[in-house]
Ligand binder design. Structure first.
Ligand code: ADP
Ligand code: MG
Length: 236
């Protein structure tokens, strides 16, 4: 389709993989339910960012995604909104554990992602919580015990809680590795691999990264299945 090609060229979008759907260039044509559209309108966003436009339809057809784009390009909603739709489709019992798991490198990032998840998930009644180190475990465990759809976590703290057997990842079927390059730089690879072993293999996996060095390529090969790779601009 020439308009797809034109959009990709204009926004420097490169796609690698089979069966790649056309980008969603407006919120209204994205197939989002009204409660999500309402939150987007409330936020005042005029149109999807290029990474959102191209990665949403891939994620929404349940394919694995590797998305490579710079900071500030809107990656968080890129994975959260398809994650919300995944949750609504499954309607798991909250008490048996989260459906969506987002791993992020730092407390600050995890907190920011949680804020975005709470803001955009509110109208859809999606519950979220955050697990990170450097804070007492008690309140984090209490939130988990109440049951949540989405857990945003740093790998170290999640691994501690997993070893305490205070969380089950058996219901996780949508896994996001956000800032994968930074998580590997920070030495979280062993924790990430342990966490992934606790998640059933028939999941959807999405990896978001600003750079694409060989360490990140290697973990992507191990954890993702036939991913579509979306790149915005040029990468290192
Ligand atoms: P990244 O993870 O790529 O660094 P973020 O997801 O943190 O980027 O998004 C950066 C900022 O852009 C956030 O404040 C977010 O709310 C905002 N944002 C997200 N999507 C859009 C959009 N479609 N239009 C305008 N702003 C957006
Ligand atoms: Mg981000």
């Amino acid at each position: 389709d020439p308009s797809t090609e034109a959009y990709r060229r204009r926004h420097e979008i490169t796609v690698v993989g089979g069966n790649v759907p056309a980008p969603i260039t407006s919120f209204e044509t994205g197939g989002f339910p009204p409660e999500i559209l309402k939150e987007i309108q409330r936020a005042g966003f005029p149109s999807p960012t290029p990474i959102q436009a191209q990665s949403w339809p891939i994620a929404m057809q349940s394919q694995d995604v590797v998305a490579i784009a710079k900071t500030g390009s809107g990656k968080t909603l890129g994975y959260l909104l398809p994650g919300f739709m995944h949750i609504k489709r499954l309607q798991n019992n909250l008490r048996s554990g989260p459906t969506v798991l987002v791993l992020a490198p730092t407390r600050e990032l995890a907190t920011q992602i949680l804020e975005e998840a709470m803001k955009f998930g509110r109208s859809s009644r999606i519950s979220s919580t955050c697990l990170y180190g450097g804070a007492p475990k008690g309140p984090q465990l209490r939130d988990l015990d109440r049951g949540v759809d989405v857990v945003v976590a740093t790998p170290g703290r999640l691994n501690d809680i997993l070893e305490m057997r205070r969380i089950s990842l058996k219901q996780v079927s949508y896994l996001v590795l956000d800032e994968a390059d930074r998580m590997l730089d920070m030495g979280f690879e062993p924790q990430i691999r342990k966490i992934v072993k606790a998640i059933p293999p028939d999941r959807q996996t999405l990896m978001y990264t600003a750079t694409w060095p060989k360490e990140v390529r290697r973990i992507a090969e191990d954890l993702l299945v036939n991913p579509v790779q979306v790149t915005i601009g040029s990468v290192d």
